[in-house]
Design a protein around this ligand. Structure first.
Ligand SMILES: Cc1cc2nc3c(=O)[nH]c(=O)nc-3n(C[C@H](O)[C@H](O)[C@H](O)COP(=O)(O)OP(=O)(O)OC[C@H]3O[C@@H](n4cnc5c(N)ncnc54)[C@H](O)[C@@H]3O)c2cc1C
Ligand code: SF4
Length: 481
């Protein structure tokens, strides 16, 4: 069956229906509805099937986007799913939360004047349809291998590696210090961007596929890295980055100034039905409070939008650069603005106000000066220009650094960079310790889900090569002796 593609000249870009800002601010459900089949096909048919697909080049997973768009346009959804899942372990997660404006869609060649193909929404639609139709089954490896791999961290990086290794028949064990698998997909990213069911069905599928999940297992407390090495033929570290960056300024010790992850984890736990004393007693609940969030990344956007949904009186976001220089996705900023969040651009906190409990934030006006070593313009203070902002709860979303993994894991031989990220040989994904690999945020620093998946897949391939090579070496030695 052949369907007309290149319809972008006649068919306008159309995202799935977005719920109105007022309605969505009352709950934590995802904000986009699902595409209807004919809408998905119509949007997919806008693809120009260009010879050099920049969307694919700019997707960290190298997804075969034009192919699955064509199959969707032709109504061949099961095949579209096969193609899409061949390069991505969680297409429906990436379709929901990738910053497509900076990746695939931002590089679509029909963009100029016509608006890009809605790649992320079609990707989500294909895989959600696959789940609904029962096309996604537990993995049945063709061969079972005796070799086992231990994965520390059940976030997207660790889970992608687990799936790839299990497909090859390895005995895979995932260790995570949380009580649920999923990492930041569960405890960081809020429901309105990614409903938890989407993550848990992935984890359940892996369990049904034979991957052994060890929750509440903290490496460093419940086992050292050396102990895991003895148990497994290879170990992958995919622990993410969790040390919250802080600010030092007058008033920092006041009550009700909290780190973003504590705030978001409490809200996510509440949504999952857990008992959360720090939420019940009001300390991590924004209801009826004036909220100030400090920061301009994805985490800050998630905090402001969570506060809106909890019924905050007012929500402000202080960011020291301007809108164009925000690290967060522009789409998220737009959603937040629609939901009533006020952005105070070019403003950096200079003091927290109050006696015992915070009552406000003093902000210093900034301007953008000369570019720094990274090429970004550095913010510098505008003398004599400050403003005060009322706050009953201040949320610090200033970014994350790695924890001290060599010390925590009792592994001083594990080399880290000057930022504390684990050093690997990028050709082999191996750390400075033989048989120990690393992937995801703990290697890159705080990054994106799609990059963690990519790294997890690369690490799985590298681990397979390592174990195979070792087995051959051992056979040769046995033969020779
Ligand atoms: C609030 C927030 C919002 C974000 N929004 C987006 C977004 O919209 N789009 C996007 O692409 N990215 C987003 N990101 C970034 C994205 O979530 C991360 O890049 C991604 O989750 C990294 O995956 P990972 O597997 O490396 O680590 P993680 O997801 O952090 O998983 C690491 C896992 O390791 C476990 N662990 C850590 N130490 C130990 C130990 N000692 N023993 C056992 N287990 C351990 C942790 O409990 C965790 O489950 C967001 C991040 C945050 C914080
Ligand atoms: S994985 Fe992300 S970047 Fe790649 S096609 Fe999907 S939405 Fe785009």
């Amino acid at each position: 069956m052949s369907t007309r593609m290149l319809t972008f000249v006649d068919v306008d870009q159309q995202m799935p229906q977005k719920r109105g800002a007022k309605a969505r601010a009352r709950d934590f459900d995802e904000i986009y509805d699902e595409f209807l089949t004919e809408e998905a096909a119509k949007q997919a048919s806008r693809c120009s099937q260009c010879g050099v697909p920049f969307c694919q080049i700019h997707c960290p997973l190298g997804n075969n986007i034009p192919d699955w768009l064509k199959l969707t346009a032709e109504g061949r959804l099961e095949e579209a799913y096969e193609v899409s899942s061949a390069t991505n372990n969680m297409p429906e997660v990436c379709g929901r939360i990738c910053p497509q404006d900076r990746l695939c869609e931002g590089n679509c060649v029909i963009e100029k004047g016509f608006n890009s193909v809605t790649i992320g929404s079609v990707e989500k639609y294909i895989t959600d349809t696959a789940w609904q139709n029962g096309w996604i089954k537990p993995i049945e490896p063709r061969v079972e291998r005796d070799h086992s791999v231990g994965i520390v961290g059940g976030g997207p990086g660790g889970l992608a590696a687990a799936e790839e290794l299990r497909k090859r028949g390895y005995q895979v064990h995932v260790y995570d210090r949380y009580d649920r698998m999923g990492g930041l997909l569960i405890y960081g990213i809020p429901n309105f961007k990614l409903e938890k069911e989407v993550v848990t069905r992935r984890v359940e599928r892996l369990e049904k596929s034979g991957v052994v999940m060890h929750t509440n297992f903290e490496v460093g407390r419940d086992a050292s890295l050396a102990e895991l090495k003895v148990k497994h033929d290879a170990v992958l570290i995919a622990t993410g980055v969790y040390k919250a960056r802080d600010v030092q300024m007058p008033g920092i010790g006041l009550k009700n100034i909290v780190p973003a992850m504590s705030y978001l984890t409490a809200s996510n736990r509440k949504g999952l039905g857990d008992d959360v004393p720090s939420f019940e007693d009001g300390s991590l609940d924004a209801a009826d409070k004036n909220i100030v969030v400090i920061g301009g990344g994805d985490t800050a956007m998630d905090c402001v939008r969570t506060a809106v949904r909890q019924g905050a009186k007012s929500v402000k976001c202080l960011y020291r650069r301007d809108r164009e220089n925000m690290p967060g996705s522009m789409r998220e900023v737009k959603h937040a603005e629609e939901e009533g969040v006020k952005f105070i651009w070019l403003s950096a906190p200079s003091a927290f106000l109050g006696d015992d409990v915070v009552t406000g934030v003093r902000a210093q006006k900034m301007r953008l000066g000369m570019p720094d070593a990274s090429g970004r313009q550095s913010p510098e203070p505008v003398k004599g220009s400050t403003s005060n902002h009322k706050a009953d709860l201040v949320i610090k979303a200033l970014g994350f650094d790695p924890e001290e993994i060599p010390t925590l894991f009792g592994a001083p031989a594990l080399d880290v960079s000057r930022w504390g990220t684990i050093k690997i040989d990028f050709r082999t994904m191996m750390t400075s310790i033989d048989g120990v690999f690393a992937a995801g945020d703990i290697v890159r620093g705080a990054s994106l889900v799609v990059w963690a998946i990519r790294d997890g897949r690369d690490a799985a391939n590298a681990i397979h090569d390592y174990i195979e090579a070792k087995a051959i070496r051992e056979q040769l030695i046995a033969k020779a002796s």
